[in-house]
Design a binder for this molecule. Structure first.
Ligand code: ADP
Ligand code: MG
Length: 717
């Protein structure tokens, strides 16, 4: 069997386009600018839609908005000039119908073609005009009286445009590329029996169907992307990406890692000293981590846990296993605020056990920095907490056994890798634990994290009352001020979150502003400043304070600390408080312009309240009128507090790209697959991958080569 495969596919598919007849250097250059380099790239340049020229529709049966092909004779021609030149051609047929073809751009030669009585065949979408239906700029041809012009056998593909190449040329080139498709057996890399079982066609069949759908093809399914031919292609593409992640995982596991297999004395002591008992979910995930760490190959585990599910303590327990084994552990968080909170927690928990915790962030400079770096290098520092500063080159560990990355989606792939590379060197890497409070749906996790084991802390610590969420129009702001007054009078604390209100920052297409990002911070800070002043005046009896991203880190931190200690009643903040901040006495949160935020971010923000035993509420304030999407999002927030449910909804509403953060760089590059649409294929993809890796690893590598190629993004991830 392998002999047969070696004979053709990869080489053929990578045939350069310059070999196609008619593809001169200029055309090849234009195609390359669009990323189309090989014959295979043209196979995969799939039509956007189709035009049906397989039948002629009698003019009387035309319906507005429904594209159709008609044939008739020119009955009248009128050249006019209303604001701009216009050519109107009336065409009639045996059905006694009349259709007007209207042109705004035309050449004299064209006018001459439309002699009264000339036979015309044209295609387009009719719409109501002044005198019945008309088609603006139809595609057409003039036929001789005796011409027998056959109707199309297949639907006509309309391809995504390639700049500088006309649609007809592009269609011709793709046709030539398709003529070079090898036969079924030579092209196929997947076990045919398995495909048949799934009701999917061969790759050759799928490609031919996509480019030349037969007259009776299910156009509706093609438009929706659910046609078996599309699912077949999506399946192979998803499989390729999945396999490439699995291969990376295998490569990573070929490195050694220090087995951390102590008795767990430090970890047990930590558990005993905690003022609470671990939840069942925490215990389960900790046990999984403990098993992983005993092995001489690196742990590659992602812990997903909703906000407030208690991931930090699980990370701390894992770190104790490393320390007990005489190794170091590092914990990196994406923001200084969050890292400092981890530092405070870890110092409280670990220092009584005699474990030395060091701190490294960007603002640690000069002599202090030199000291920390020396402690990290000598092993004096057993646990090192910090921001991305931990990942810088100057930081050398004596023996890093465990690298923990919190809110991993906030880091770039490269940053995470940098920490991994700080292992004991040569062929040893540290165990890796990544944590996220932005759960992604299970199906998606399979695609995005095929290189990781995934655990979920799917249970909140006991005694939390679910946050009550309401949506309120901004007009009712005065009521909210009273509500804050009342809550604070009872000794509770509140957040007022200001989000970006600058329209230029809102990415118009997706409708997803992402406050707190880039240039938005300044405007956001201004909005918060104004709100801070207004609320301070309206609530003179309260201690009101402000935090935003433009403040000095030290000031921000001091304010957060005072809030945490109960010295501030109302904290006006920008989305800097989003990640991980923990103040159990805060029980009321108001989010301005909530309609502009994505579900994941709203959920993160809301997770700042409901951390203590008091009943908490979250008010989503919006500017009417609400778009459909925004209405949906706010309704979802009111209906559920479950991060996993919200993630599913988020996937549905805005697709996988944004959900995956930095991971999207790889996943957004799909040519055919669409994770939201094709998520149902993922379990099959996984089964198929298992089978291929076991039975035919050569085919697995070919699938990767065919779809993912040597793309650098995967080589290093
Ligand atoms: P997250 O998963 O969002 O990072 P944290 O680790 O910050 O959550 O934990 C949230 C809060 O819950 C912290 O105050 C933490 O001390 C507390 N906590 C963690 N585990 C438990 C538990 N099993 N019982 C009670 N409180 C817990
Ligand atoms: Mg956390």
């Amino acid at each position: 069997m392998p002999a047969r495969r070696d004979a053709v596919p990869v080489e053929l598919s990578s045939e350069p386009l310059s070999r196609l007849p008619g593809a001169g250097p200029r055309v090849v250059e234009k195609l390359a600018a669009r990323g189309l380099l090989t014959v295979q790239d043209l196979w995969l340049h799939l039509p956007l839609r189709y035009e049906d020229r397989t039948a002629i529709t009698p003019i009387r049966f035309l319906r507005p908005g429904v594209p159709a092909q008609v044939e008739g004779r020119v009955e009248a021609v009128e050249r006019g000039f209303r604001y701009r030149p216009v050519l109107r051609v009336a065409v009639g047929d045996e059905s006694q119908g009349t259709l007007v073809l209207r042109f705004f751009h035309f050449r004299a030669a064209q006018v001459a073609q439309f002699a009264v009585g000339a036979r015309i065949r044209c295609y387009g979408t009719p719409k109501p005009g002044q005198n019945g239906l008309e088609i603006v700029h139809p595609s057409y041809r003039v036929l001789g009286d005796d011409d027998e012009v056959a109707l199309g056998e297949a639907l006509d593909p309309v391809y995504p445009a390639v700049e500088g190449i006309g649609p007809a040329t592009l269609r011709k080139l793709i046709g030539l590329a398709l003529d070079r498709l090898p036969d079924e057996a030579a092209l196929e890399l997947l076990p045919p029996a398995m495909l048949a079982g799934l009701g999917l066609p061969s790759l050759r069949q799928a490609l031919l169907t996509m480019h030349r759908p037969p007259r009776d093809a299910d156009i509706a399914a093609l438009a929706l992307g659910t046609h078996p031919a599309q699912r077949r292609l999506a399946m192979e593409e998803l499989l390729a990406h999945h396999l490439s992640l699995r291969r990376q995982r295998l490569a990573m596991q070929r490195h050694g890692a220090p087995p951390l297999a102590g008795k767990g004395k430090l970890a047990n002591a930590l558990q005993k000293s905690l003022p609470f008992k671990l939840t069942g979910a925490q215990q389960r995930v900790y046990a999984q981590i403990r098993e992983d760490l005993k092995r001489p190959s690196p742990m590659l585990r992602l812990v997903q846990g909703d906000v407030g599910s208690g991931k930090t303590v699980v990370a701390a327990l894992a770190a104790m296993l490393a320390v007990e084994a005489g190794k170091q552990a590092a914990l990196a968080a994406p923001t200084e605020l969050l890292a400092e909170q981890h530092l405070a927690n870890l110092r409280t928990w670990l220092e009584p056990l005699g474990v030395r915790v060091a701190w490294l962030a960007g603002k640690v400079t000069g002599k202090a920095r030199a000291t920390v770096l020396a402690d990290v290098a000598s092993g004096q520092a057993q646990v090192v907490v910090g921001t991305h500063a931990l990942m810088q080159e100057a930081v050398t560990f004596r023996d890093l056994g465990l690298a923990i990355v919190d809110e991993q989606h906030r880091f770039g792939v490269h940053q995470r890798l940098a920490l991994r590379d700080k292992g004991a060197g040569k062929d040893r890497v540290p165990h890796q634990l990544v944590m996220t409070a932005t759960p992604i749906p299970r199906t998606l996790a399979m695609a995005a994290y095929a290189d990781l084991d995934v655990s979920a802390i799917d249970e909140l610590p006991p005694g939390r009352t679910p946050v009550q969420t309401v949506a309120l129009s901004a007009e009712r702001r005065p009521e909210l001020v009273e509500r804050i007054r009342a809550a604070c009078a009872e000794g509770r604390q509140a957040y007022w979150v200001c989000t970006l209100i600058d329209d230029s920052e809102e990415s118009g297409k997706s409708g997803q502003g992402w406050p707190g990002a880039g240039g938005g911070t300044r405007i956001e800070a201004q909005a918060a400043q104004t709100t801070f002043e207004t609320l301070s005046t309206a609530l003179p009896e309260l201690r009101v304070a402000l935090v935003h991203g433009r403040m000095k880190a030290a000031d921000k931190q001091a304010t957060m600390r005072r809030f945490k200690q109960g010295e501030i009643d109302l904290l006006v903040a920008t989305t800097v408080i989003e990640v991980g901040v923990d103040v159990p006495n805060a029980s009321l949160m108001i989010i301005e312009n909530a309609e502009r935020l994505g579900l994941a971010q709203l959920h993160q923000l809301r997770g700042r309240v409901g951390r203590g035993a008091t009943a908490s509420s979250c008010v989503l304030m919006y500017q009417p009128p609400l778009s459909m999407m925004a209405r949906h999002r706010l309704a979802t927030m009111r209906q559920t507090n479950d991060g996993f449910v919200i993630a599913e909804k988020d996937l549905e509403l805005r697709g996988p790209g944004e959900l995956l953060g930095t991971r999207q760089t790889g996943l957004a590059a799909f040519r055919v697959a669409d994770l939201a649409r094709d998520a149902a294929l993922l379990p099959q993809v996984r089964t198929l991958a298992d089978r291929l890796l076991a039975d035919d690893p050569v085919a697995a590598d070919r699938v990767i080569a065919r779809w993912v190629g040597g793309a650098a993004r995967y080589a290093s991830a």
